[in-house]
Ligand binder design. Sequence first.
Ligand SMILES: [Zn+2]
Length: 252
Amino acid sequence: VIEVTARGLPADHWRPRLAAAAEPALPAGGFASIVVAVPHPDDETLGAGGLLHRLVHAPARPQVRVVFVTDGAAGYPGVDPGSAAHLAAERRREALAALGELGLGDADAVFLDRPDGGLTEPVEADLTRRLEAVLAERRADLCLAPWPLDPHPDHQAVGRAARAASAVHRTPLWQYPIWMRHSVPAAELGADEPRLRVLRLTEAEKAAKEAALRTHASQLRSPFPDYGPVLPEHVVDLFADGLEPFFVPAPE
Ligand SMILES: [Zn+2]
């Protein structure tokens, strides 16, 4: 069996540090319009599931636009093209089911179907323009996007594109890390460290995040006999503690 995902850092490497971080400041009146940039189906839940659940259940529900960038076809590298296409279709269904668990509907999602693992420079430049247009059209007052230092090239590309796009309209940008807790030692945060904030999820938010994650079945149990899952239990554990980290804007 090919293990797609290595063992990584133990859960207690990051947990005490995250538990000690300050909470992000949420505006008293909530947000009006949120754009979420998501490299692969499942990153929305792993990275920001608890926050999204909280925001859409607030008295003033914001508009939300979730932009899924890649088709997620490369979760299991090396499978034949037919199986990869089948996987992409499955992951789209899983993404919509996950949004449902978080309290968002189908209408909030858009799928760009860019190649998983193939966000080359021209694709990234095009994505930047797209995101810029979405932020303007939606009059977004919050952009959620991957942390550009996350150790996955697609996460980095989407993170850079969102950073460039949100800078144009000075849209507040919260960056969610995904693989940080798995493979970035805490000592390597560098200049981003003062921007780290951690949302403490309520039991209801934790449960919704867990339910949303369970919809991503193709990642939790490999559909291919020769492969292990992309999200084995030891990785899922990293996200199950009710601590949701974000890198928020530095004070001006
Ligand atoms: Zn991802």
